[in-house]
Write a protein that binds this ligand. Structure first.
Ligand code: FAD
Length: 415
């Protein structure tokens, strides 16, 4: 286990979620013993953090995990997504018209996304951080005071530590963002995402399915084989908040019946492989991504609807951009906590974030209702996209995160 050496060349990351841990690992691998890197998070005490979520990790994020040496550790548990189907229907509809299909390779042999278990990815990152010499501190950050030459970080237990930069990767309800006085433009969707692992009889063939139902999208996302019937998928079921208490009080048999109405019959008999967890859904973007000696990362900077499976992918793009900015500055002998350096990070990330936030917000509003004119308009729109290969290719490259000029780590290159 790495020990903190009291030096001013230090960066503290508050929040040991996937974004915070990935940044710590990227920085430690690139800067070596020249910098002390710490991740502080009270959740680091839990040896295995229970989490039934699985993420669609886009091709660019997969390339970054490859460059960090994490992909080899989790590859056996990652399911390639080889096809995606979108249907617009009501729950219980026997026939679900398919409006959009993507068969998903960005380049030959490179699927646009993989499904990866949150727990497996977090464990692999935590172990790699520990092995690389990142200091893992199982304690929250309570506050900070920024100054010209450094930032004094106050831990929950009362101890202080000085660093060049504090990275707030403390999630969507970031207290550190609040303390820095950074505003948040956001709203609650009045929806929750219900997540569970489902066992099924027939193979999914790597196909992801998204049914746009009136209360919100219902996604069936392929996982690696296993479980009671030999095959597994993860569901992300968006439901209106007012329906939640009744749904969550159902016993297993009735809950399964509700899931079956939405899941459909194509994959044969189904069973619950995990408890059903509920995650309130909202939207938000921070007004600034940086403040004096502070940078926001991941959900602390932006929160989006899971409709397109892009929230964590946005956070991993932040990681690639912030790591590149800090490492390039440090190698030139510059102080990575200064405003000039941090503003480079903000410029690199704000536009992309606001654009993705607007797309996911618009999609959710367009699809989470049952008004007939809207149904017709969106079905016509989806049908058109389906007939235009160039447009489809554009969407695939955007979803895979390989459009434009991604940072070095997202191209699979070392820093
Ligand atoms: C239903 C659902 C499905 C999703 N599916 C996908 C998907 O398929 N693909 C995708 O890309 N994204 C998806 N997302 C989004 C994804 O879950 C988030 O974007 C991602 O988990 C955010 O990671 P993070 O590291 O930024 O923050 P978090 O995971 O929220 O981690 C924040 C950490 O900070 C810690 N913390 C809090 N306060 C402090 C403090 N004061 N000091 C120190 N530590 C602190 C917490 O303990 C926590 O560990 C989904 C989201 C939902 C709700």
């Amino acid at each position: 286990m790495a020990v903190w050496s009291d030096t001013r060349d230090a960066i503290v990351i508050a929040g040991g979620g996937i974004a915070g841990l990935s940044l710590a690992l990227a920085l430690k691998q690139a800067l070596g013993s020249g910098y002390s890197i710490m991740v502080a998070d009270p959740a680091l005490t839990k040896t295995s953090r229970p989490d039934n979520r699985a993420y669609a990790v886009a091709a660019a994020a997969r390339a970054m995990l490859g460059a960090l040496g994490i992909w080899d550790v989790i590859a056996a548990t990652a399911q390639p997504m080889t096809e995606m189907i979108v249907s617009d229907s009501r729950s219980g509809d026997v026939v679900r018209p398919v409006f959009l299909t993507f068969d998903g390779e960005v380049e030959p042999g490179q699927p646009f996304a993989y499904m990866v278990g949150s727990a497996a990815l977090t464990a692999a990152l935590t172990d790699a951080c520990d092995a690389a010499g990142v200091v893992l501190r199982a304690e929250g950050v309570a506050g900070f005071d920024s100054g010209d030459t450094g930032v004094t970080i106050r831990f929950a237990g009362g101890e202080d530590q000085v660093a060049r930069l504090l990275v707030a990767a403390d999630g969507a309800r970031s207290k550190l963002r609040e303390q820095a006085g950074i505003g948040w433009v956001g709203w609650d969707y009045g929806q929750s995402g219900l997540v569970a692992t489902i066992a099924h009889e027939r193979p999914h063939g790597g196909r992801a399915v998204e049914h746009f139902l009136p209360s919100g999208p219902f996604a069936i996302l392929p996982l690696t084989d296993g479980g009671r019937f030999g095959h597994r998928s993860s569901i992300v079921w968006t439901e209106r908040a007012e329906n939640l208490p009744a749904l969550l009080s159902l016993d297993e048999i009735d809950m399964l019946a509700e899931i079956e109405r939405r899941f459909g019959l194509e994959l044969g008999e189904i069973a619950l492989e995990s408890p059903v967890s509920a995650h309130p859904l909202g939207f938000g973007v921070a007004r600034r991504f940086v403040a004096e000696r502070l940078a926001l990362l991941g959900d602390a900077a932006h929160l989006i609807h899971p409709i397109a499976g892009q929230g964590l992918n946005l956070g991993l793009k932040d990681v690639a951009a912030l790591a590149e900015t800090i490492v390039d500055a440090a190698r030139l002998g510059l102080d990575p906590g200064t405003a000039d350096v941090l503003e480079g990070y903000e410029r690199a990330r704000r536009f992309d974030t606001v654009a993705m936030g607007a797309v996911t917000d618009g999609l959710n509003r367009l699809f989470s209702n049952d008004a007939t004119p809207l149904r017709l308009a969106r079905d016509l729109g989806l049908g058109l996209v389906d007939r235009l290969p160039a447009l489809k290719r554009f969407f695939i490259r955007e979803a895979a995160g390989v459009a434009g000029a991604p940072p070095r780590l997202m191209r699979g290159e070392a820093l």
